[in-house]
Design a protein around this ligand. Structure first.
Ligand code: HAM
Length: 423
């Protein structure tokens, strides 16, 4: 038996799991201020939710999906991302009544069969949000601002990040542009890698994203969609930029930013951070997808959102020395002098916990000295000592681990005494 976690996955050990919970708590606090509600979709979906939603010509669908047949022969896929799932769920449950908009957020593991490297996993964790039903450019700016504010809130310094912005156009202007790029690429085909040549007909715009030096140098001269946007797309893009400027969100236009999912229309964006990350430096990204609902069988409903990667965000936070709160595992340790008071210790510890105080006791028959050591390891501010002598008088000793001060208190007054000392 292979007792190691599968390649590209990792256990979130307590320190990392605590960071994941902290990132979730921070998200929940911030998202509540912007009116988002949680939505949790299944970890797997019918495969066509992703093939149709994300696009047949994308790397994700072509190479990276964990697809399997269940026992009834259905084709199912572990979600490589959650946007298609959220839209599927919103359609199924009618979450976007006509004329209204809905704001949803999610968090959880995603699965992509990628070549693992620093910041690139096969199972990774995302926090994301989607707004369905709203088409105004102000909502694009709000959504982008929220991503930026989130990274600030978890302690990534502004100077370590850059926000890249682009417009992918829409069904009016993109097809002609796509043909133009395909024509351009065809004329330069000898300079391009095999992969970019192969997807010339299916997805020429992906060539903008290729890391091959030959492709990068060819694409430096490629026509840019920014210059070919139709009037309404250009107007939308301009208003998004103006709104971002009015609230002081610093962005850079990146006319070659295409992103790896086919559902995008108009605004796309990505936040990159260099410190702590290698080539996988996109800590979060997203965009608008005004056609996705129709592609999945619904009536036309605009949508947009983003997702951030937990592993990469954590790398960027660590590189910046960001603090992740690590509360002590116990505020109070209840120590037992000998076995005759075992029941009193158990009851006192339970009562403290019932009163909302983080309390711990010994379950290993440690000596009193070893119990004090354990209390120290757990970070306990107070140690409550119960011995036969105290017990006979209905009292306990409370020791302040910082000042060393000891006081006797009545057992029934323990909670109040502890609370007063913890502040
Ligand atoms: P994405 O750019 O594919 O977008 O992923 C979002 C974030 O997830 C990335 O910026 C990165 O931090 C993280 N990520 C992606 N792949 C991996 C991986 N293999 N290992 C570790 N982290 C990874 C989406 O998923 C879209 N659903 C975002 C969106 C929401 N667009 C609109 N709404």
């Amino acid at each position: 038996m292979n007792a190691r976690a599968p390649k590209g996955t990792s256990d979130l050990l307590p320190e990392t799991a605590r960071a994941w919970e902290y990132l979730n708590r921070t998200a929940q606090g911030l998202f509540a201020r912007y009116g988002y509600e949680p939505l949790y979709t299944p970890a797997f979906e019918h495969t066509e939710v992703f093939t149709r939603g994300i696009g047949e010509a994308t790397d994700i669908v072509n190479k990276e999906m964990y697809t399997f047949q269940d026992r009834a022969g259905r084709s199912l896929t572990l979600r490589p991302e959650a946007t298609a799932s959220v839209v599927r769920s919103a359609l199924e449950h009618g979450l976007v009544p006509r004329g209204s908009s809905t704001k949803l957020y999610y968090a959880g593991p995603m699965f992509r069969y990628e070549r693992p490297q620093k910041g690139r996993m096969r199972q990774f964790w995302q926090i994301g949000l989607e707004v369905l039903g709203a088409s105004e450019p102000s909502v694009d700016a709000e959504v982008i601002m929220l991503l930026w504010r989130y990274f600030e809130a978890v302690g990534i310094p502004t100077e370590n990040m850059r926000l890249l912005l682009n417009s992918m156009g829409d069904d009016e202007c993109r097809p002609a542009y796509r043909d133009k790029v395909a024509g351009f690429i065809r004329s330069e085909a000898t300079g391009l890698c095999e992969e970019c040549n192969r997807r010339l007909d299916t997805n020429p715009l992906r060539t903008f994203d290729c890391k091959n030096p030959g492709c990068i140098s060819v694409m430096a001269a490629a026509p840019l969609l920014r210059d070919e946007l139709c009037g309404p797309c250009a107007q939308h893009y301009s208003e998004v930029r103006t709104s971002l400027e009015t609230v002081g969100i610093p962005y850079s236009e990146e006319p070659r930013l295409v992103r790896g999912l086919d559902y995008y229309t108009r605004t796309v964006f990505e936040v990159q951070a260099d410190a702590g990350l290698g080539s996988q430096n996109a800590i979060g990204g997203g965009g608008r997808y005004d056609r996705l609902t129709e592609v999945l069988g619904g009536r036309p409903t605009p949508g947009l959102g983003w997702a951030l990667g937990f592993e990469r965000t954590l790398l960027a936070m660590r590189a910046a020395g960001a603090k992740i709160p690590a509360p002590p595992l116990a505020d109070v340790y209840v120590a037992r002098v000998d076995d005759t008071v075992a029941a009193e210790v158990f009851v006192a510890t339970s009562n403290l916990r019932d009163e909302g105080i983080a309390a711990e006791m010994d379950h290993l028959r440690r000596s009193l000295k070893a119990q004090f050591k354990q209390a120290d390891r757990l970070g306990a501010r107070l140690v409550v000592v119960i011995g036969p002598e105290e017990s006979a008088l209905g009292e306990v000793t409370v020791r302040d681990m910082q000042s060393g001060e000891e006081t006797r208190v009545r057992i029934e007054a323990l909670t109040d005494a502890v609370r007063a000392r913890l502040g």
